[in-house]
Design a protein around this ligand. Structure first.
Ligand code: SF4
Length: 245
């Protein structure tokens, strides 16, 4: 937890503190949930366009729920995987209606984080990242969405085990990062993953958390030479990665 805090502070010093999501600009939790479903496997720009198109085409979530699925798919075409997402959205709306009697998730605000998360996770097609996005961005709760950048950077930094899945990393990173720091940690790890700790060629030499990261030592010239001399079938340096928290 001490290292997680030091990393968070160093990234904040480098990238700045992310602007808070003001309460008045937050989407209601059901709208956020639909938007996050639309964002699966596509860019923010595409999912934003699909969400705007869906809202323009249908006057209410009830209208989306009861519409013919091809019409919903047509409205969200720009978000990709339109039929799959249309089916998923209608199934989620049906389940919310069955379980609560209305198409509204505002009641989640009154629940503890664990209960709000459990409700969302029980919906078909809602995984840990989707649930965490709704909890963090709409409800302002300290849930940690782990996308590809957060997952990769956290592994390289040794905050999570080298082979820990993104799913498992949600709980682990929430355990490591104090609740009040979750938002800036999430945002700055994404910035870092996009700008410096890139998937193929991390720019370790100019990295603001280089001094806190085991990756250059295990993947630098020495590590690459050891990797080249490694007998076939022996564990990789990734498998031997250091986990330091
Ligand atoms: S030192 Fe390299 S691997 Fe570690 S966080 Fe920085 S860019 Fe990523």
């Amino acid at each position: 937890m001490v290292r997680a805090r030091a990393i968070n502070d160093a990234l904040t010093a480098y990238y700045g503190a992310p602007a808070p999501v003001h309460i008045e600009s937050r989407r209601d939790p059901l709208s956020e949930l639909i938007l996050v479903v639309l964002s699966q496997h596509t860019s923010d720009a595409n999912s934003d366009r699909a969400f705007a198109s869906l809202c323009a085409r249908f006057p209410s979530w009830e209208a989306v729920r009861t519409a013919p699925t091809p019409e919903v798919a047509d409205a969200i075409r720009s978000g990709g995987l339109a039929t799959i997402k249309a089916v998923r959205i209608q199934r989620i709306l049906n389940q919310i209606l069955e379980r609560t009697g209305r198409l509204d998730l505002e009641f989640l605000r009154a629940l503890p984080l664990s209960e709000a998360r459990a409700f969302l996770r029980a919906l078909d097609g809602v995984g840990p990242k989707t649930a965490a996005c709704v909890l963090l961005f709409s409800l302002g709760l300290p849930a940690m969405p782990v996308d590809t950048h957060v997952h990769r950077v956290a592994r390289r930094l040794g905050l999570i085990a080298p082979r820990m899945s993104a799913e498992a990393a949600h709980d682990e990173l929430e355990r490591l990062v104090p609740a009040e720091d979750v938002y800036r940690f999430h945002v700055n790890l994404i910035r870092h993953g996009r700008q410096i700790c890139k998937a193929l060629r991390p720019r370790c030499a100019g990295c603001p958390v280089n001094h806190l990261c085991p990756y250059p030592r295990t993947h630098g010239e020495t590590a690459r030479a050891a990797e080249a001399a490694r007998p076939a079938g022996a564990p990789t340096s990734d498998a031997q990665g250091v986990v330091q928290r």
